[in-house]
Structure formats: C-alpha cells, structure tokens
Design a protein around this ligand. Structure first.
Ligand code: PRP
Length: 191
C-alpha cells in the first residue's frame, strides 16, 4: 500500500508545552537522588523527546542509550523485540528513567523492564511521550505519560515510518492511500 502524510495530531508547540509539564512532574518525583538521574533513551524513536525533556528538567541527569527494534518496515509491531545496542554504563543503585516515544503493544517496554531490572537499579521508572492503549498486549506501568492517542499510525518528532519522517517537528497521522505497490518504503509520498 502507498502512504502519505496526513493531518497534524500534535503540533510542536503542544508537544513542548506538555514536555515542560512532564519535566516538572519528573523533578517533583525525584526530590533527593544520591546521584544524577539516568535518562535511558530508547533509540531511536525517543531522541527528540529525551533531549527536549532533559533540557526542561531542573535535576541533573546523565544520558545512557539502548537500542531495540520491534517494528519491521511496516506500520504494525512484529511482536518480538530485538536488542540492537545494549547499555554500557553501570546502572546498579542508580535511579533510571526509561524514556520512550510511544508505548503501543507494550512488548518493547515489557522487555526493557526485565532487561534493565537485571542491572539492579535503585529505581526504574518509565516516561513516554505517547501512549496508544488500544493495541496493548502486555500491561506495563507508565509513570509519566505525555499524551494518550487513538489507534492511528503516527510519525514525526522521532517516530518513523520505514526510517523516515523522524525529523518532522510535529506528530502527524499517516494516511493509507489504498494503492497496492511493491516498492516498500519508496512508496511513501509526502504531501
Ligand atoms: C517503537 C517505539 C517503541 C516501540 C513501541 O520502536 O520507539 O520502542 O516501537 O512499540 P510496542 O509497544 O508495540 O513494543 P521501534 O521498534 O519502531 O524502533 P525505533 O524506536 O528505532 O523506531
């Protein structure tokens, strides 16, 4: 099928305002940490959320990164989670905040809770910019949530489709144009 960019779901101003509110919530939740909070950025989708969130926080943070993949080239989760790049810093006894762009089926988050818990952090919480509860397959605890969205495929502000559109400043819907094609990612057209 061919796809094109649809309407803006969340514009850049709305995103930044909510990120500021989330930062205040997060600061309040970590009033007294012995060491800086570790922002565990889940690559690649949460890059912009994580960096914007970090600059809105008053608490000191350290960055760590982990890369996982649950989607192939399409618009639905494959169900299995592949660890692409593991953490390298010591997380034992640290306050770790996992930063996600979106929770969809919950499979990625469920995997990451188990994976990071093995490092025995002092605390482990989750912030997500978007929550899409309609497609949930696993219950996952979300400590800080930006927006609950309907069951629509969205791109922009870190979220991709077949690798592109991450750099859009707004979060936009993807429209299925209903045209069969064998060109895969090349069939995506911008409007
Ligand atoms: C997306 C997103 C989450 C995950 C959520 O990542 O960033 O990590 O899917 O889906 P789930 O709740 O159904 O597991 P993706 O695997 O597409 O990798 P990316 O962040 O590199 O785009």
């Amino acid at each position: 099928m061919a796809y094109s960019l649809g309407d803006i779901l969340l514009d850049a101003t709305t995103l930044q305002k909510r990120i500021g509110e989330l930062a205040a919530e997060i600061d309040a939740a970590y009033p007294d940490t012995p060491q800086p909070l570790v922002l565990l950025t889940i690559l690649k989708g949460s890059i912009f959320f994580s960096t914007d969130l970090s600059r809105a926080l008053r608490n000191n943070v350290e960055f760590e990164f982990i890369a996982v993949r649950s989607y192939g080239g399409g618009t639905t989760s494959s169900g299995s989670v592949e660890l692409v790049k593991d953490v390298s810093m010591q997380l034992r006894d640290r306050d770790v905040l996992m930063v996600e762009d979106i929770i969809d089926t919950g499979n990625t988050t469920s995997y990451l809770y188990d994976h990071i818990a093995r490092h025995e952090p002092r605390s482990l919480r989750l912030a997500t910019l978007l929550n899409k509860p309609d497609r949930r397959e696993r219950d996952v605890r979300i400590d800080f949530c930006g927006f609950t969205i309907p069951n629509e495929f969205v791109v922009g502000f870190g979220l991709d489709m077949a690798g592109v559109y991450r750099n859009l400043p707004d979060i936009r819907l993807v429209q299925d144009d209903g045209v069969p094609t064998e060109q895969g990612a090349n069939a995506i057209a911008s409007s």
